[in-house]
Design a protein around this ligand. Structure first.
Ligand SMILES: *[C@@H]1O[C@H](CO)[C@@H](O)[C@H](O)[C@H]1NC(C)=O
Ligand SMILES: *[C@@H]1O[C@H](CO)[C@@H](O)[C@H](O)[C@H]1NC(C)=O
Ligand SMILES: *[C@@H]1O[C@H](CO)[C@@H](O)[C@H](O)[C@H]1NC(C)=O
Length: 312
């Protein structure tokens, strides 16, 4: 029995103003979980009318019983887990009494657990419940990306009531700010930020390599700096000052506990930016536009001239 509002409500009796208050509370609560309204009614007349309607429509079946089970509002609705790391979906139920709690997977309406028993043959799933506790958990031992999706904790009332929980299974991920390629003018700074997400703990190391050579501060190159920040999301920023031709090539960022990411740097010598050999889609579009403009200008300029010539 919960020590909170429902516990108090049981001692109230079911007549007069107290009854209306109790029913309004219940109604307000169900209204919220149904998600069909944003606010519980505030006006006292509205409360009265809606609670009467509520009593007529729903409470008949319960014989005015205040022991209807309900989900503790603190039950999480959105859980994020890591691929391969055990995850628990939690359901907190008050006033359960002789009813049972089941976990159902929405994707295929698959019954996973019933009470303390695991129903599915998938060995990764397990029902968890401590006797006399209000928590009914579904544990997934080694979750995969495909386990992401909606799950529902159901109470065996007639009709059953459910609480949806969204499970999001993520994988360690590494990205570099520049994307696959970076074009930079000679003499400017190469600025690459590597971001590592969804690792069980922050990476102990993030190693940068340039054309298969590990980059370190004491290299003969000089002008290199690295700033690493570790946390839920870890970043490592590589700055290479005064870029020159020899700085071009593939840069790789390799965290110890997540996949590597790479970017190809192209250093353009100042005088010939058009000598860019890659990223052709963009440059040829620009060339085509330039040629089209030239033709247009030529046509516009030469037309009157022709007319003049032949006109005289
Ligand atoms: C659940 O949480 C994740 C990460 O915290 C978020 O990206 C996602 O949009 C959330 N989903 C829902 C349905 O709230
Ligand atoms: C729970 O007990 C009530 C009587 O107190 C009974 O009518 C009902 O069928 C029982 N429900 C279940 C699921 O056993
Ligand atoms: C490097 O780029 C980031 C944004 O991607 C920016 O915040 C930062 O100031 C840049 N650093 C330098 C030295 O240019």
């Amino acid at each position: 029995m919960g020590p909170d509002e429902m516990g108090n409500a049981t001692g109230m009796g079911y007549t007069g103003a107290k009854s209306v208050l109790l029913l309004s509370l219940l109604h307000g609560f169900l209204f919220l979980i149904a998600g069909s309204g944003t606010d519980a009614p505030t006006d006292s007349t509205t409360v009265d009318i809606s609670s009467r309607r509520f009593r007529a429509e729903f409470l008949q079946e319960w014989q005015g019983s205040a022991d209807a089970p309900y989900f503790d509002p603190s039950t999480p609705r959105n859980i994020t887990g890591l691929v391969g790391h055990p995850v628990r979906l939690l359901c907190r139920v008050k006033n359960l009494r002789n009813r049972t709690v089941s976990w159902v997977r929405h994707r295929d309406i698959h019954l996973l657990t019933v009470g303390r028993y695991t129903y599915t043959s998938d060995q990764r799933f397990e029902a968890q419940h401590k006797p006399r506790s209000e928590e009914w958990a579904l544990r997934i031992r080694s979750p995969q990306r495909r386990d992401s999706g909606q799950y529902e904790c159901q109470i065996s009332t007639t009709p059953p009531v459910g609480h949806a929980v969204f499970l999001n299974i993520v994988e360690p991920e590494t990205t570099i700010s520049s994307g696959a390629e970076l074009f930079i003018q000679a003499g400017s700074t190469i600025n690459l930020t590597c971001t590592v997400r969804h690792t069980p703990e922050p990476p102990t190391s993030i190693t940068w390599t340039h054309v298969d050579q590990v980059i370190n501060f004491d290299s003969a190159r000089g002008g290199i700096s690295l700033v690493t920040e570790k946390g839920m999301k870890s970043t490592s920023r590589l700055l290479v000052q005064r870029a020159r031709g020899s700085d071009a090539g593939l840069y790789t960022c390799g965290p110890n506990n997540a996949p590597s990411a790479a970017t190809r740097v192209h250093v353009l010598s100042g005088e010939h930016p058009a000598a860019m050999q890659q990223g052709c889609a963009k440059s040829s579009l620009e060339k085509a536009t330039a040629i089209f403009c030239c033709i247009l200008v030529f046509y516009v300029l030469c037309k009157p001239y022709e007319v003049m010539q032949f006109g005289t």
